[in-house]
Design a protein around this ligand. Structure first.
Ligand code: 5RP
Length: 263
């Protein structure tokens, strides 16, 4: 692996623990101002010291994140769709590799939509992005999007999506946790991180999700709503970190969460 690529990946996935806690805050690119992310800077500022990386668009990066004090950046470079548009899968590259270089990002993120109208467009888009990013030693995070069909979060579908993303050259893949998640991990020659998905009923549910994913082979989480939509987001991100980096059990992480939230 080229030095630049290796160095960037080492910023994202801790060489010490082999794991990663990324804070996803790119939701606005197709969802607009989702709850708690109306003012991204205010919501995420206290969380940044606990994030190994942040995933976001260039607009939010430039306007809401201090260039002098930022965690490594995973730049969302696909979009062109919206939650009220015709078809969520109609995504394409929304910026260029020179912009990623200008912004000194550690990775670029691109969604692929399998079994959707624009499957081909997103797969070819991912492949072309890998060609360009490879030139500059920038890793590509493929996101196995499921659109509005959350039911697609099952092992057969996600194994197919992750494997195709890896075959097309993605260095890391963001997918969903599902039953028999270990099968998804087994089929992927590159590391997987999981999204949190829509906010779960309790923080304990999200801790259990993170724990199960790590135990079954995920290298980490790229979690958004289950962290910053929690009324105790600061406690939540630290509890998640304890599972991902410090091998904490769900009970230990919950205890940490409860202690931190009292402060
Ligand atoms: C959609 C995305 C999201 O915008 C986001 O990153 C997901 O994070 P979470 O589900 O944890 O809120 O990648 O495909």
């Amino acid at each position: 692996m080229d030095w630049g690529m290796e160095n960037r990946i080492a910023k994202l996935i801790s060489p010490k623990t082999g794991h990663a806690v990324w804070l996803a805050m790119d939701h606005g690119y197709f969802l607009g101002p989702v709850s708690k992310l109306e003012k991204p800077a205010e919501t995420v500022r206290p969380l940044l010291p606990y994030a190994d990386a942040i995933m976001l668009t260039r607009g939010i990066l430039r306007n809401c994140i201090d260039a002098k004090n930022s965690p490594p950046v995973i730049l969302r470079v696909s979009g062109g769709n919206s939650i009220i548009g015709d078809d969520l899968s109609n995504e394409t590259l929304t910026t260029c590799i020179e912009e990623a270089v200008r912004l000194n990002v550690s990775a670029v993120a691109f969604s692929i939509y399998l079994a959707a109208k624009y499957e081909h467009q997103t797969l070819v888009g991912l492949s072309r992005l890998v060609n360009q990013a490879q030139e500059y030693g920038i890793p590509v995070l493929a996101v196995t999007a499921v659109g509005k069909e959350l039911g697609k979060r099952e092992a057969r579908f996600l194994s197919l999506a992750c494997r195709i993303a890896a075959e097309l050259g993605a260095q890391v893949i963001k997918t969903y946790y599902c039953e028999e998640f270990e099968k998804v991990v087994e089929c992927s020659p590159v590391p997987l991180v999981i999204a949190g998905g829509p906010k779960l009923r309790t923080e304990l549910d999200a801790l259990q999700l993170a724990y199960a994913a790590i135990k079954q082979g995920a290298v980490g989480v790229d979690m958004g709503r289950n962290i910053w939509q929690s009324p105790n987001s600061l406690a939540m991100i630290q509890a998640i970190r304890s599972i991902v980096h410090n091998n904490a059990t769900v009970e230990e992480a919950e205890e940490l969460f409860n202690n931190l939230k009292k402060k």
